[in-house]
Design a protein around this ligand. Sequence first.
Ligand code: DC
Length: 218
Amino acid sequence: MFTVITIDGPSGSGKGTIARRLAAHYGYHLLDSGSLYRLVALKAIELGLAEDAPELVEIARNLDCHFTKSGAILIDGKPASSELRTEQTGAVASKIAAREDVRAALLQRQRDFAVAPGLIADGRDMGTVVFPEASVKIFLDASAEERARRRYKQLIENGFDANLNSLINEIAARDDRDRNRAVAPLVPAEDAEVIDSSNLSVDEVEKIIRRRIDAIQQ
Ligand code: DC
């Protein structure tokens, strides 16, 4: 038996940080599903392919990637480029992620991450589509302004240029696309606990989720 914990939510809600911390705490595997869509986006940019190019399905199916327990991503055995985390890559990923054929190509490989002793899966549809039987489902939200502020800080800290107002607009556009697409839209699963982290620290959010996970493990 193994435990699957899903953490869904919009861009910048802090799910990545929380997922990494939980994976480290419980010694579980980590699936940062957004990276898979970002990797397909990077390949599309690199090869000059449009978001609706048929080739992207094959690319999605054949991605050779691996997440280390610390959250690092290895592509073809090598660390992923820093371009993976840019807003431009995120925006292209969000457009590609609206495609049913690309999502279908990534479905089984995401499920393959669920192995003992357990998995922390972060994304948009982890609790609704990929792992509907997960033991604990969290939907982590925060206001668009707060998420843009966090992203701004993160980008500056990582040495990227950033502009707060354009980030707010980009986040709003990406939210809109992710929430309103026909396939696997960003919505909390019916049995998810929704946590608004706008006024909570990372430590506080982690504590709330750990309490939930510890409760099911007793
Ligand atoms: O979490 P992220 O910002 O790295 O995700 C990038 C894009 O990928 C996001 O805007 C929508 C898409 N995505 C998705 O559709 N489903 C997921 N499970 C994860 C990400």
